[in-house]
Ligand binder design. Structure first.
Ligand code: ADP
Length: 402
């Protein structure tokens, strides 16, 4: 029997998201989520897509090891156990691969050490990702474990885009540079956009707007990323659900010197209490729209700031690319919020960027064009699928090796 299944794991500090996929025909077999790991109120939600059923378990799961074992039990109940010879590999989302990891990589002890070495630049994410990998290795030591990095797609950025204009020696010493994130999504969406146009990724230049709770833009030339809006951390760039995005760094000095805030307080302020949430107390775009319709000025201003920043990045990446073939909207807001797509490109007809009202209003599951007939630049909605991309990259690697 050929092994064609891939389990994709996305481990957070207290959560574990998973999907089991069959790469023979790129289908999903099971999906699920464990939340509040380490608390008494842990919850596992498991959906088997072959049998169409969701099961939920509530009760303490002390750590990731317990969580993954509980997931394995659920999969086994559906005849999809992790001991199956059909399981080819486990693919792990790893947030930070620094400059070292430019491609998906089969995990061995040297790779674990390197991911660990990156903890100072990714203190929130890499430790959790490592825990997930180690747990999976303990459960299936014989199986290839593949790390797929959020930063990898952006390692093709030229130095002119990747470096900050600060003292070069200090930057090198502390590995301060623009890494970019959401890379798996930008890779998938830019390729899927080329497919939608019926062209090879090498032949098209695409601006990708990944607008979820976290949000980032990228400029992709011929399938390679040449600039992206997130930087040293995911804080830079667009206005997000709870993150400020671009900010004069001197604001931080001011809040500390004059506002008496600690480093951690400023960190929390900018990452968790800013963005749309900081501006109007709400980070869900559906609710912001609702409030705008009711005449809420705070929500309106938050929306305008969000759109203004988005437009600036579209203009910037237009200039970076020189020639643009397509612009793609993706993620929760990009895929669902037609009013955001319309506002983001409003007034950019002179650049060849426009949204057709009727096409934009149509809801759909797949990738679709929303630009007017005959437009110079294709504007598209392209649903992202990070798990499928991680599984595909994992399977390609294991297939090649095996
Ligand atoms: P993340 O993966 O960054 O947590 P998602 O890509 O799932 O986020 O996007 C979540 C966001 O998408 C929500 O916070 C909400 O603002 C937005 N969203 C989801 N559905 C809709 C919708 N139908 N209309 C407008 N916004 C939506």
């Amino acid at each position: 029997m050929t092994a064609t299944r891939v389990l994709v794991l996305n481990s957070g500090s207290s959560s574990l998201k998973y999907q089991l996929l069959d790469m023979r025909d790129a289908t999903r077999l099971a999906v699920g989520l464990v939340e509040r790991i380490g608390e008494r109120t842990s919850r596992l939600q498991h959906t088997c897509l072959t049998a169409e059923g969701t099961r939920e378990h509530n009760g303490p799961l002390a750590d990731h090891d317990a969580a993954l074992k509980a997931v394995a039990e659920e999969l086994a109940k559906d005849g999809l156990g992790l001991d199956s010879p059909e399981l080819a590999a486990i693919g792990h989302r790893v947030v930070h691969g620094g400059m070292f990891f430019t491609e998906p990589t089969v995990v061995d002890s040297a790779v674990l050490t390197e991911i660990e070495r990156l903890i100072p630049v990714a203190p929130l994410h890499n430790p959790a990702n490592l825990t997930g990998i180690r747990t999976a290795m303990a459960l299936r030591p014989d199986l290839p474990q593949v790390a797929v990095f959020d930063t990898a797609f952006h390692t093709t950025m030229p130095e002119s885009a990747a470096r900050y204009a600060i003292d070069a020696r200090t930057a090198d010493r502390y590995r301060v540079r623009r890494y970019g994130f959401h890379g798996t999504s930008h890779a998938y969406v830019s390729r899927a956009t080329a497919e939608l146009l019926g062209r090879a990724p090498e032949d098209v230049n695409v601006i990708v707007l990944h607008l979820g709770n976290g949000a980032s833009a990228s400029a992709v030339r011929g399938g390679r990323c040449v600039d992206t809006s997130m930087g040293f951390t995911p804080l830079e760039g667009l206005v997000m659900g709870t993150r400020s995005g671009d900010l004069d760094p001197a604001v931080i000095f001011h809040l500390q010197r004059v506002g008496g805030m600690s480093m951690d307080e400023v960190d929390t302020l900018l990452n968790k209490k800013s963005g749309l949430f900081g501006l109007c107390g709400e980070n869900d775009m559906r609710e912001i729209r609702h409030r705008m319709e009711e005449g809420d000025d705070g929500a309106r201003l938050a929306f305008e700031i969000y759109i203004h920043r988005l437009k600036k990045y579209v203009g910037a990446y237009y200039a970076v690319l020189g020639t643009v073939d397509a612009l793609a909207f993706t993620a929760g807001v990009g895929e669902n919020a037609a009013f955001v797509r319309e506002a983001a490109l409003d007034g950019l007809e002179g650049l060849g960027l426009a949204v057709d009202r009727e096409r934009n209003a149509v809801r759909g599951d797949g990738a679709r064009l929303i630009s007017p007939e005959g437009a110079r630049i294709a504007v598209a909605v392209v649903p992202t699928d990070e798990e499928m991309e991680i599984a595909a990259q994992t399977y390609a690697l294991v297939g090649k090796d095996g």
